[in-house]
Design a protein around this ligand. Sequence first.
Ligand code: GDP
Length: 311
Amino acid sequence: METNSRIFVAGHRGLVGSAICRSLRRQGFDNLISRELDELDLRDPAATRRFFAAEQPEFVVLAAAKVGGILANATFPADFIFDNLAIETSVIDAAAREGVRKLLFLGSSCIYPRLAPQPIREESLLTGPLEPTNEWYAIAKIAGIKLAQAYRAQHGLNAISLMPTNLYGPGDNFDPQSSHVLPALIRKMHDAVRAGAGEVVVWGSGTPRREFLHVDDLADAAVFLMLHYDSGEIVNVGTGVDLTIRELAETIARAAGFTGKLAFDASKPDGTPRKLLDVSRLTALGWKPKVALVDGIAETWRWYLANIAHE
Ligand code: GDP
């Protein structure tokens, strides 16, 4: 990839896509191509093929996806499986037909079996049943990995796939119903502090363990792999460190200045008990994350105050 290469970032408005655009520009790659959803619906294979034929991108980052937290997955299962399958099939097929030099596909740590040995190695893929609360999304992402591998095998498409752990950062979705836990708790703590409330409700038991990666680190890893990795084997991207949801809530409470009580709502699902990635494949390639969780939370908190809280 050269600094003047034509790079299509699909999903440039999202948490991941926008961070990858920032990271690419910071590293001198400024010939970026993007399209708004009302200009190009990537679920439409014919429109996607016309776009690729006209624009001739040389490199593609496939960060467009239908994403959401544990409740959104349960509420919109058809959207989560259909939109993601449709985006993947149309983009990967168009990329292969138009001779794209390299494509990066973004998967997710929820592709792994619910009870995979921890930390989760890439080899755990398809060795056991999935976590039911997000299996629609997971099935679509597994199909994306297999599409990338099949197009590499049959059509010589240099498609690589990375599996990020739970991501957070500026530009995240803070909607209490559809967001992931970290932005949801930032919002709940903020609302509680503003209202002088003595209690914040945390879903589930607080005991599940999760790993959180700042999206700027993920973006940095994505560019690193675009530059230095050319295999069809999937690569985990994470910090290698996890904590309980209770510990996460306590950390966010400190950042937000919330001194009240945490209440745990057992009527909400816990999801998978633990999700920690083994990141040794990536560290062996020479990449490490930079953002410590407390710093990343403080930064995301400030971003939330400046951009969302006043709405
Ligand atoms: P997951 O990693 O796919 O399970 O996705 P989430 O980020 O949505 O949820 C992670 C964990 O945080 C689950 O155990 C949730 O029950 C828990 N959690 C606690 N409070 C919240 C909240 O306000 N919103 C969300 N989305 N999850 C929460």
